[in-house]
Design a protein around this ligand. Sequence first.
Ligand code: CP3
Length: 345
Amino acid sequence: MNPSKHLLIKTINHEKVDRTPIWIMRQAGRYLPEYIRTKNKAGGFMGLIRNPELACEVTMQPLARYSLDSAILFSDILVVADMFEMNLRFEDKVGPIFDNPLRTESDLSALPNELDVSKLSYVNETIKNIKTELKDSLPLIGFIGSPWTVATYLVEGNSTKKFTHIKNMMTSNQNLLEKILEMITKGSIDYVNEQIKHGVDALMIFDTWGGLLSKDQYYNFSIKYIENIISSTNTSHVPIIYYSRSKSNFDMLKNMGIDCVGISSENNLGDIYQSLDKKIAVQGNFNPDILREDKSLIKKEVVRTLESFPYESGHVFNLGSGITPDIDPDKVSYLVEQVHEISSK
Ligand code: CP3
């Protein structure tokens, strides 16, 4: 890995640091009034993602408010579906919707044979704009969804929490599921290479729904495809952060080529760090619900989170899952200040 001046990257590399870096999952989002304004100007979430000027603007919004240690590309894991010519739309209070989900062989054969990554060129433009704005003052995290997690949306067609269709496919038509996972993997390899070429400094892989799977299934339907993406892309100088809401199966992550693991709030940072032989940095895992409480409780929880990682370097402070729209932005200021102050003591 190349040396970096950025606190985030140094921490992931286990270099000595003066304090714990912090960024926030969904840091550019609906809890910020300026985000809502820009989103309305863009005509909604998809319009915002597809507009490189406005997507850059919202990426920068949380950085103007808070002393965060990284930017994250403003986009979504589901834009990869542009390469499959599947129409993605978002509805307020419903989330992502694919009107023609992939449930049968003929659904799949209706998609293009050749995947064309230039359909995602608006993301490259956004990355270029953000890099220009940042002037290398902070690193930029790019990201993809894991093939498994993306597949849950392509097959279900929406954000159902039941996962009926994909679970059914796993038993009744494993071959079709594998073809879908291979297609997403192939597209993701090209897409990751484009993000790296355009200058992202780290890459996060969101395997949000990896935790639905049993140990064997987890390897066969999720990890295996991620390993393929990592080994087929030019990530040697770009640290990889892997995130799942999983509560178990962490030992599977030892050999997959990741540098940092994002951990949800029900897990203990130090325990997982130890179980991964202290070789993979950890990111997390402040409970976002605590941001609804008063400042004394927020502080207490910051102390607890920092104390759960009693090592010199290798912890990136973050939430255990994305920040929700109901959070008061002032509470986020307080959180960031406390992490700066307490971790530098
Ligand atoms: O973290 C960031 O600030 C970067 C941008 C980002 C978004 N989504 C923007 C977004 C990232 C990294 C994601 C990842 C993502 N998207 C995941 C994995 C992480 C996780 O949350 O578990 C998943 C599963 C998705 C798919 C997705 N996008 C869903 C299910 C939803 C609806 C639910 C929700 O949280 O609103 C989205 C919408 C979404 N993605 C919003 C934002 C800012 C809100 C949309 C709006 O403003 O209307």
